[in-house]
Every structure is written in structure tokens, then in C-alpha cells.
Design a protein around this ligand. Structure first.
Ligand code: SF4
Ligand code: SF4
Length: 279
């Protein structure tokens, strides 16, 4: 059976919030019987854009991670809900039954992704519905997906086996996979949000001037093994990405024009080492 999945490309999100506003437009003051009650005007972020800044000026980047309900296959919220107030449809979408869920405020805590919000006025928990009311009417996409100008959001309805092949081929990742929740929302280039980098700029003295060391070789060693190597660009810059935060000490060996320099770096979060003067 084909089921819904969402693929979110972190490298394409620019925090324009069109998806967030489209969600508001679809759900605020609009009740969709059989799917959800109306979303309140304030306080809910059914698709929440999380932000992560990495590095230091001038080597700095910002990544945005849109975060809706993950429509988990092994959903802690379903387990916690009394009276089967949260359920999974055959097409993979997880919905909250607004009548059965009345008063169950504790469901907010049941979601490890912070995807459930409390509607004080209506006394119900609420969350992203994957716009199931539209998909059931043969619309092709949820409103957030339709509204993204960068194509950062993709909704696809495929067999689980096909999704697994695609996830492997494209290096897609899910959030908190160690919790065993089996999310149906996948991320591309998640390292821009979840991992860190070591970068720097290499230079050398030529007369009284300082020149960029273009084409210097930089080797990165961790736990006794060379794990990557890099060549500095036309500004003398290098950058090693995809590194785990708080992953210990790394050694850098910089070689250029018969000169070498070794640096040890204790990695917490992303680090720009500044200018490294070789000779
Ligand atoms: S992300 Fe949270 S609300 Fe959504 S299905 Fe998973 S546990 Fe439930
Ligand atoms: S609409 Fe697209 S680019 Fe804009 S915040 Fe949402 S996902 Fe990011």
C-alpha cells in the first residue's frame, strides 16, 4: 500500500515562513470536520521553522529546519492517548480525533518532537494533519508544500520499500531515529543543522605583505586516522563539515610550499580557527 511521506531539504529553506502562513491560512478559523477543529490565531506552530547558526564571522552559516508532526509509524502520542483519541490512517497520516481528545492536555508532553499544541479555548490538543482533508479530495499536496517558493518541501505517496530505497540513495535522515518512533518526515542535508564544521584561513608572508595560501593541503585526523583532506580555495580557506558536535580532539596538518603546521582542535560546536600564518 502506498503511504504519505514528506522530504524536507534543509539546504533550500530560507526561513521565509510561507509554509507557516499557508498553514495558518488553511486552518485558522477553518474547521475541517473529520480532520481537525480550527487552529487558534496565536501560539500554534504546526510547522515550526527551527534555526541553527554555525561558526564565527567570516565563516558562518545559518540553517533552517522546518519541523511539522513526523507522522510516526511508532508514535508515542498514539500510545499515550486515551480512548484511541490519536490514530494512524492506512496511508500513514496520524490524526487527532477532536471529540475523543477533549481535555487530554497531557498529550502535548507525549510527543518528543514538540509537535502537539494545546487549544485553550476548545480544550483540545492539535497538530499538523498533513492537510489530509485536501489529499482526500485528490489535491496533490498539503498547503505548506504548495507554498514553498524554493521547493524545500516535497510530499510523496509511495510504498515503504520505495521510500527506503530513496532515503538510502539520497542520504535522507529522520529526527531522533534512536527513539524508535519511525518518522515519515525525512530530511535532506540535515548535517547543516545537526552537525558542525572546522574551518580556517591559511596565509604566508611575502615581503611585508600577507598572502592567501591558495592550494594548501589540509589533512584532518581523528582518533589516529586521517578522516578527510581538503585544499584551500582562492582565499586560502578550508572547511571540514559533517563532524559530530562534542566529538573530542582533532588534529589538522597544513602543508604548503615545503612548510607544515600542525594544530590540535577540541571540537564542541562549529569552529572557525581564524587566520593560520604558515611562514
Ligand atoms: S511527531 Fe509527535 S505528534 Fe506527530 S506522530 Fe510523532 S509523536 Fe505523534
Ligand atoms: S516556505 Fe519553504 S523556504 Fe519558506 S520557510 Fe517554509 S520550507 Fe523554508
Amino acid at each position: 500500500m502506498r503511504k504519505w511521506n514528506m522530504i524536507i531539504d534543509v539546504s533550500k529553506c530560507e526561513d521565509c515562513n510561507n509554509c507557516f502562513l499557508a498553514c495558518k491560512d488553511e486552518h485558522v478559523d477553518n474547521e475541517w470536520p473529520g480532520y481537525t477543529l480550527a487552529q487558534p490565531r496565536h501560539g500554534h506552530r504546526w510547522i515550526n521553522i527551527m534555526r541553527k547558526e554555525r561558526g564565527l564571522c567570516p565563516m558562518i552559516d545559518v540553517a533552517y529546519r522546518p519541523t511539522p508532526c513526523m507522522h510516526c509509524d511508532n508514535a508515542p502520542c498514539i500510545e499515550k492517548a486515551l480512548n484511541q483519541a490519536i490514530y494512524k490512517r492506512n496511508d500513514g497520516i496520524v490524526l487527532i480525533d477532536p471529540e475523543k481528545a477533549v481535555g487530554q492536555k497531557e498529550l502535548i508532553e507525549a510527543c518528543p518532537y514538540g509537535a502537539i499544541f494545546w487549544n485553550e479555548e476548545l480544550n483540545v490538543p492539535q497538530k499538523c494533519t498533513f492537510c489530509a482533508h485536501l489529499l482526500d479530495k485528490k489535491w496533490e499536496k498539503p498547503r505548506c508544500v504548495q507554498s514553498c517558493p524554493n521547493g524545500a518541501l516535497t510530499a510523496i505517496c509511495v510504498q515503504d520499500e520505495e521510500m527506503a530505497v530513496r532515503a538510502k540513495a539520497e542520504g535522507l535522515q529522520t529526527l531522533m531515529s534512536e527513539k524508535g518512533t519511525r518518522p515519515r518526515v525525512y530530511y535532506k542535508d540535515l548535517h547543516l543543522y545537526s552537525h558542525c564544521f572546522i574551518g580556517g584561513s591559511v596565509s604566508y608572508k611575502k615581503g611585508s605583505a600577507e598572502e592567501c595560501a591558495v592550494g594548501a593541503t589540509v589533512e584532518l585526523t581523528h582518533e589516529g586516522e586521517i578522516i578527510a583532506s581538503n585544499v584551500t580555495d582562492c582565499f586560502g580557506d578550508f572547511k571540514f563539515d559533517h563532524l559530530e558536535e562534542n566529538s573530542g580532539v582533532y588534529a589538522l596538518l597544513i602543508s604548503f610550499d615545503n612548510h607544515e603546521k600542525r594544530l590540535d582542535v577540541e571540537l564542541g560546536t562549529s569552529k572557525y580557527l581564524g587566520n593560520v600564518l604558515l611562514f
